[in-house]
Design a protein around this ligand. Structure first.
Ligand code: GN1
Ligand code: MG
Length: 353
């Protein structure tokens, strides 16, 4: 067996996992895979085929069983109603479990690697944005017949911006005093957009906005594409929960509109590409048009503002709390990411007209 970069793991964990799924240690090769910050992912290559192994971040997902439950429920439903949909369900171990717990390693699951598929890390063309938006819309549409309230909530209040705002205010009171001082100008800029929170509260109390099965992590790397760059399906379903469409559309806006990511330190490179905005609206609407109410259809622009603002709040909250939750790869990363998201929000708001 060969492994490459397995941070934090003793040499004992992976052999145990391979065994749990019935693979031979001698012939399996494991490499780190993807760029997610929360869960860790590996690709497992074996003579029987390729697989994706993932460790669930238990600090973030307090009840990994809730994820396993949701995937089973959705998997069953899709098998009955849309058997052609490519749904990436966790594989069962030799003892019939779809979630493995190892006391020294945490929670793991394994997926078959979808042959012939690839993912994209950065949106380059509007066609890619369109295809991705269509896939996220399709996922929600195919599940409209499944009562979303049957799903378990894997992260409580994940996209509740009212709570995120409260957490930010709490960090302003109880966080690291030096960081609070240093972030005063950023804080002022953030506090000038609280109308975004007010609109969210109106949405929550409006009967025109429906709770649906929502993905909640619609970055482009969570879509599988075929060799012709057509979307196949969505992956990374841990945050699939009941939610509003603004979450999925908003996170696409947040991550596809600008040619540079949330990590970019040169804020002059941040811009809002009109063709990406149109591609997201068209791709998502292609699937969801007949399901969205007129009021919902009027909130595509707001969706972008909502998600970008919430992310800025979450990054600064993390920074003020000494990088709790997100961690940081270099000092100040979460402050830089906050300002990046704030600039993106400002650029988007300039387009309102
Ligand atoms: C986290 O680790 P990753 O990239 O899948 C976060 C998202 C944020 C994103 C920002 C469970 O996602 O909500 O948008 O970081 N996921 C969780 O980089 O908190
Ligand atoms: Mg994720």
């Amino acid at each position: 067996m060969s492994y490459a970069s397995l941070p934090g793991f003793s040499d004992l964990i992976l052999p145990q996992l391979l065994q749990a799924y019935g693979f031979s240690e001698q012939t399996a090769a494991i490499t780190s895979f993807g760029s997610g910050l929360i869960n860790h992912t590996w690709k497992v290559t074996t003579p029987e085929g390729d697989f994706i192994l993932q460790r669930i971040n238990h600090a973030v997902f307090k009840e990994p069983e809730a994820i396993a439950f949701n995937l089973e429920l959705i998997g069953e439903y899709l098998e009955q109603t849309h058997p052609d949909y490519l749904f990436t369900r966790p594989m069962t171990s030799t003892d019939g479990s779809n979630l493995i717990y190892l006391p020294e390693g945490g929670y793991f699951r394994l997926f078959a690697f979808v042959a012939g598929s690839h993912s994209i890390d950065v949106v380059q063309t509007a066609d890619q944005a369109y295809e991705a938006a269509k896939q996220f819309g399709r996922f929600t549409r195919l599940l409209t017949g499944l009562d979303a309230s049957r799903l378990r909530t894997t992260i409580p209040d994940f996209h509740n911006i009212t709570l995120r705002f409260e957490q930010f205010q709490d960090a302003l009171k109880n966080g690291n005093p030096e960081r609070i001082k240093e972030s005063a100008a950023l804080t002022r800029r953030l506090l000038s957009h609280t109308d975004i929170v007010d609109t969210y509260n109106r949405i929550c109390s409006s009967p025109a906005f429906s709770i649906r099965v929502t993905h909640h992590d619609t970055k482009i790397s969570n879509v599988l594409f075929d060799q012709q760059d057509k979307g196949l399906c969505v992956i990374d379903l841990d945050t699939v929960m009941p939610g509003y469409f603004i979450s999925d559309v908003g996170d696409m806006m947040r991550t596809y509109l600008s040619p540079v990511s949330e990590e970019e330190k040169d804020f002059s490179k941040i811009e809002v590409r009109d063709d990406m905005f149109t591609a997201i609206v068209n791709g998502y609407s292609e699937e969801m048009r007949d399901h969205l109410s007129e009021e919902e259809r009027g909130q595509f622009f707001y969706a972008g503002c909502f998600l970008i603002y919430m992310q800025a709040l979450r990054f600064l909250t993390s920074y003020l709390n000494n990088d709790a939750y997100y961690g940081s790869a270099y000092p100040g990363q979460n402050r830089v990411r906050t300002e990046n998201q704030l600039v993106l929000l400002e650029r988007l708001l300039e387009k309102r007209k």
